[in-house]
Design a protein around this ligand. Structure first.
Ligand SMILES: [Zn+2]
Ligand SMILES: [Zn+2]
Length: 245
């Protein structure tokens, strides 16, 4: 990666470590290499080395075999309940590390950077403007343990930056679901069935943006999109910082 090469070329090992910690604690440093950058940001060099998503299936976001096709074969054969996935980057190094720092070590400045990458992607690709932004909810006890909901935090930054109304809290997680890690797609579907509910007024054809930090198999997004559709939502777009491939 470009930022690793840059840091290794010009700094001794101890300085790399110090810079990395400083970058997470202090504003004004790139969250990846620790070099000077605007507050809560990533420097231009690191940004250009990120695994940006491009040219994937417009519906699921995954790499597509046939160039020029709008959607992959799987999405054409069995369309998911959402309309399109808008992802800032692949869930590869170093984006995976950023997501983990944000989510599990509560580095809120990193969340702001991820939200900024997503916002830039939405703007550059002229994503349709939603009527409502709904973060994927955590169950109350998990949110209490983690201290925050990473999807809500990212959605708040994006809404503020794009001049959208604040994210809704009406999409709720009714029951805690065991970790999805290690489950295959059909096990994930069963695990999530009936886990979400819509506690707001009818959505009457409104366009909804569903926000999450990472999209893996898409089972969480699909379950949330189905709940939103049952509440009357029109198109549901999925906005994620990172897409696993
Ligand atoms: Zn950097
Ligand atoms: Zn697809």
């Amino acid at each position: 990666m470009q930022y690793v090469e840059r840091v290794q070329r010009c700094q001794p090992g101890w300085r790399q470590k110090v810079d990395k910690y400083l970058s997470l604690l202090l504003p004004g440093h790139c969250v990846l290499c620790g070099l000077d950058a605007p507050p809560s940001a990533i420097c231009q060099g690191c940004r250009s080395g990120l695994p940006h998503c491009s040219g994937g299936c417009a519906v699921c976001g995954l790499p597509i075999e046939t160039k020029g096709s709008h959607a992959c074969g799987a999405c054409q054969q069995s369309p998911p309940p959402w309309s399109a996935v808008w992802a800032a980057a692949w869930y590869d190094f170093p984006v995976d590390r950023l997501v983990q720092q944000f989510k599990f070590r509560r580095k809120l400045v990193v969340g702001k950077v991820l939200a900024g990458l997503l916002r830039d992607r939405l703007l550059s690709q002229r994503c349709p403007r939603p009527d409502l932004v709904a973060p994927v909810p955590l169950h109350a006890w998990r949110q209490h343990r983690r201290g925050f909901n990473q999807a809500f935090d990212m959605a708040s930054h994006v809404c503020r930056d794009l001049g959208l109304p604040s994210p809704t809290l009406a999409l709720r997680r009714k029951r805690p679901t065991p970790q999805q890690l290690g489950l295959n797609a059909s096990q994930r579907r069963v695990n999530l069935r009936g886990a979400f509910s819509w506690n707001g007024p009818g959505l009457a054809g409104k366009r909804v943006a569903l926000v999450d930090d990472v999209m893996t198999t898409g089972s969480t997004a699909a379950e949330c999109a189905r709940v939103l559709k049952r509440a009357g939502a029109g198109p549901v777009d999925v906005w994620v910082a990172a897409r696993a491939r």
